[in-house]
Design a protein around this ligand. Structure first.
Ligand code: APR
Ligand code: PHB
Length: 405
């Protein structure tokens, strides 16, 4: 079979939020890319993920003309509630402590907006490609091979962006003696449902001895709720009635009284994992988003980290390709990883504070309780939580220089 050849400046593996956003920003800067996505567009748009955007992500989407629908349909938030059984609730007041607001807007919607923007600009997104393989990534002439509809292709490029999620092929291209992986798996999952009922006015994170619960939202008439569940559970174990009963039991009575229940339109269980792969660069391959790191969903950092990776990577690529200045691109991994680890740290602490761990002893419970009490009592803790929740600012390169000095 003959192989057809093509060329682009940046080959992007994966058409999730990371890959699409990168492709859009490059295109706005006059740089050509091709997105190779394994799934169909319909499949990508059917995936339900978190829906809370940091202030920096909101700004990034606005800066690149991607915010029209978000500003119309998303819900701006001054903060969220956090609560612990038997103790007062606390409002994580991002607006009071940081002057910034977050936005409730589903990842599915963002992905749709990104597809629209790429399609309007004539962007090249190839769906349903198979057998993607990366070649000669440490040379200055890398290329990607793939098949589509039984035909094999070769895509020559200057750079490769590995945006293909946790299970993708890009990270695996980095030799095992170079790649360092850091991981923590949690001994429980989140059972999530979507229901066409009006949500609570704000997000509420709840700790209860029966397990964690979260009230979230998508829009005025669409609610998203989660409860911590054993990893061995299947959605078949959870009728809607059982889910609602358990959810209501985990919130303080006054919050539970406000929750409207109804039939679920989606129900799924996701395991919780913390994972980071270092470095995020190997030759001309750059990893971004879930391909390089996973956070547990407590605090909704996943998509926001993908956005900050893409911010750093696009800046490096634009600078290198347009002005032949390698500074930001060369230091991409270092800069991106600083923010990755801060979000990993935050997501881990939030998960640690808000869940029931099966192997917890009395000491662990006391420490957990104390972490929450410190938050209630101490304004420095409140401000720190608000700053991390709303999202740490994107750093400039001098942050690295200063740390190294
Ligand atoms: N070839 C081509 N595409 C692939 C391959 C492959 N071998 N493997 C995976 N992909 C595609 C997947 O089908 C998916 O559409 O890469 C895409 C990766 O998208 P995501 O998993 O959504 O990852 P990312 O774009 O980095 O977005 C991060 O999404 O997963 C959530 O919680 C995460 O919110 C975070 C955000
Ligand atoms: C969600 O709406 O899916 C969501 C919101 C906040 C989180 C996690 C998930 O911390």
């Amino acid at each position: 079979m003959t192989q057809q050849s093509d060329r682009t400046q940046v080959a992007i593996i994966g058409g999730g939020p990371s890959g699409l956003l990168l492709s859009h920003i490059l295109s706005e800067n006059g740089i050509d890319s091709v997105v190779l996505e394994r799934q169909s567009k319909a499949y990508v748009l059917s995936r339900i993920r978190a829906g809370l955007l940091e202030a920096g992500t909101v700004q990034l989407l606005r800066d690149y003309g991607l915010a029209e629908r978000m500003d119309e349909n998303g819900k701006s938030k001054d903060g969220s509630w956090i609560t612990r059984q038997g103790l007062d609730s606390h409002f994580i007041d991002t607006h009071k402590w940081t002057g910034k607001r977050m936005m409730v807007y589903g990842q599915t919607e963002i992905t749709e907006d990104l597809y629209d923007a790429r399609e309007r600009a004539g962007g090249n997104i190839l769906n349903e490609v198979a057998d993607v393989a990366l070649h000669e990534v440490t040379s200055d002439k890398p290329h990607v091979t793939y098949t589509k509809d039984g035909q094999s292709y070769r895509l020559e490029c200057d750079y490769i962006a590995g945006c293909d999620g946790f299970h993708g092929v890009s990270r695996k291209t980095i030799p095992a003696d170079i790649l360092r992986c850091y991981e923590r798996a949690y001994p429980f999952g989140w059972l999530g449902i979507m229901a066409e009922v009006p949500p609570l006015p704000d997000l509420v994170y709840a700790y209860h001895e029966r397990g964690f619960a979260l009230a979230s939202q998508r829009n005025r008439l669409l609610s998203r709720y989660y409860i911590q569940c054993p990893l061995s559970d299947s959605v078949l174990d959870w009728s809607d009635d059982r889910f609602w009963e358990e959810l209501l039991a985990r919130f303080p009575a006054d919050v539970a009284a406000e929750i409207e229940t109804g039939p679920s339109i989606e129900k799924s269980i996701a395991p919780l994992r913390s994972f980071v792969a270092e470095p995020m660069q190997y030759g001309r391959l750059f990893l971004a988003g879930d391909a390089a790191h996973i956070v547990p969903p407590t605090g909704a950092k996943g998509l926001n980290l993908a956005a900050s990776d893409v911010h750093y990577l696009s800046r490096g690529l634009v600078e290198q390709i347009k002005s032949d200045r390698p500074t930001h691109l060369q230091r991409y991994s270092e800069l991106a990883l600083r923010r990755v680890w801060s979000s990993e740290n935050f997501s881990w602490r939030m998960t640690q504070m808000m869940h029931v761990f099966p192997d917890m002893n009395g000491f662990d419970s006391k420490i957990q309780h104390n972490s929450y009490e410190l938050l209630l009592q101490n304004e420095a803790h409140q401000r720190a939580l608000a700053e991390e929740y709303v999202g740490l600012p994107f750093e400039e390169l001098d942050a690295l220089t200063l740390t190294a000095a």
